[in-house]
Write a protein that binds this ligand. Structure first.
Ligand code: SAH
Length: 365
């Protein structure tokens, strides 16, 4: 399937303003193709804040857009928090229907800047340790609602002479549960006429939806795949990740083998370290057996404790001992540097702090 970024973008703007789609929108304002391109470029490449600032547009057209409520951005920042070391900026964004999602900007030493974005309001997969998962599912985001989180930080960085170098789909939601919108957002992020982020600089992280991993394999994109494994066996994985009862570890690993076979791309495994649950020596050996000799990379993640979950993070020394066992088995392993702990920068935590009750209600409605 070809995904035309300009069309995706105009379609989304049109629909959220009450039009049937891009054609209907173009007709209503009598917009020629060059005008649509001009709008798209202004929003996605020049990163102009909003329509009224696009001075190349006729004044009357800008007034018409304003009167009909046409706007560039589908998300409005409502809270922005910067960590003390200024390396992490977390944003809570309001969508047009009042739902809220989070995105995080991480400015690493050197020139790397990574933005972590959300693909859904809430999440349906209920991982026991994840605060988004505990709050339940509200709705899928549209492609531009996903893209605009990145657009916001791209603008913010531009004002400081910097730019986004990497995008990770590791915010709220399960990207493969909103497959088409996520792939459309990838097309928007990647478009050389727009933001222009290379596929190799984009990472999609999934809870392990086997059918969607197969679909993703067939796309033949250079986008990175990360798998939230978090346990080396069904026995442990099913207790913390209900999705494992639908797609078990063997099925998951088989889908990943098919992916590597076809794409020859490395797969990243995320493994959040939970004290006494998945951090034992036995787990490390089991994980090493699963990973050994493959094009795999393990990321051990220190747990960000959440108020309502009954878990403790593994102590650093034990994390390093666990990593040591993987090293011995020659499994490429990194321990993720935990950024932004002082601003609750883990998935779903900021929103849980600002609107715990409202959200829980929305999720069960
Ligand atoms: N649904 C996708 C993206 C979710 S968030 C997925 O499951 O991969 C990205 C990563 O953060 C996942 O690996 C998730 O398991 C992990 N995560 C969730 N809550 C966390 C917490 N409190 N501390 C550390 N990592 C967490």
């Amino acid at each position: 399937m070809t995904r035309d970024p300009l069309r995706i973008w105009v379609d989304d703007i049109a629909r959220r303003t009450g039009f049937a789609g891009a054609d209907d929108f173009a007709r209503a304002f009598d917009l020629k193709p060059f005008r649509l391109k001009q709008l798209y470029r202004a929003a996605t490449k020049e990163l102009v804040e909003d329509l009224e600032s696009v001075t190349t547009l006729p004044k009357e057209l800008r007034a018409e857009f304003a009167a009909r409520g046409v706007a560039f951005s589908s998300v409005t920042p409502v809270v922005l928090q910067r960590s003390k070391d200024a390396q992490t900026t977390k944003g809570l964004f309001r969508l047009r229907d009042g739902n809220e999602v989070e995105a995080v900007l991480m400015e690493h030493h050197g020139d790397r800047t990574t933005v972590c974005i959300s693909s859904q309001a809430g999440c349906a997969f209920a991982c026991a340790f994840c605060s988004t998962g505990q709050a339940g599912f509200t709705r899928n985001l549209e492609a531009t609602e996903i893209f605009d989180q990145a657009r916001f930080f791209a603008q913010e960085l531009q004002s400081r002479g910097k730019r986004i170098t990497n995008i990770v789909f590791m915010g709220m939601g399960e990207p493969f549960h909103n497959y088409d919108a996520v792939m459309n957002a990838v097309a928007l992020l990647n478009d050389p006429h727009g933001l222009g982020l290379g596929h190799r600089h984009i990472t999609i992280s999934t809870v392990g939806l086997v059918d969607k991993i197969d679909r993703f394999t067939d796309e033949g994109l250079q986008v990175n795949l990360a798998i939230s494994l978090h346990a080396p066996s069904d026995r442990v994985r099913s207790t913390i990740m209900p999705v494992n009862r639908k797609f078990d570890t063997a099925e998951l690993m088989a889908a990943i083998e098919r992916y590597v076979e076809k794409t020859n791309r490395k797969v990243f495994f995320e493994y959040v370290m939970l004290e006494g649950i998945n951090d034992t020596e036995a787990c490390a050996h089991e994980l090493a057996d699963l990973m050994r000799g493959k094009l795999y990379h393990v990321n051990l993640i220190p747990y960000n404790s959440t108020p309502d979950a009954p878990f403790q993070g593994t102590a650093d020394a034990r994390i390093w001992a666990f990593a040591g066992i993987l090293d011995e088995a020659r499994v490429p392993t990194t321990v993720r540097h935990n950024m932004g702990r002082d601003i609750s920068a883990a998935c779903g935590q900021l929103r849980a702090e600002t609107q715990p009750k409202a959200h829980k209600k929305a999720a069960t409605a």
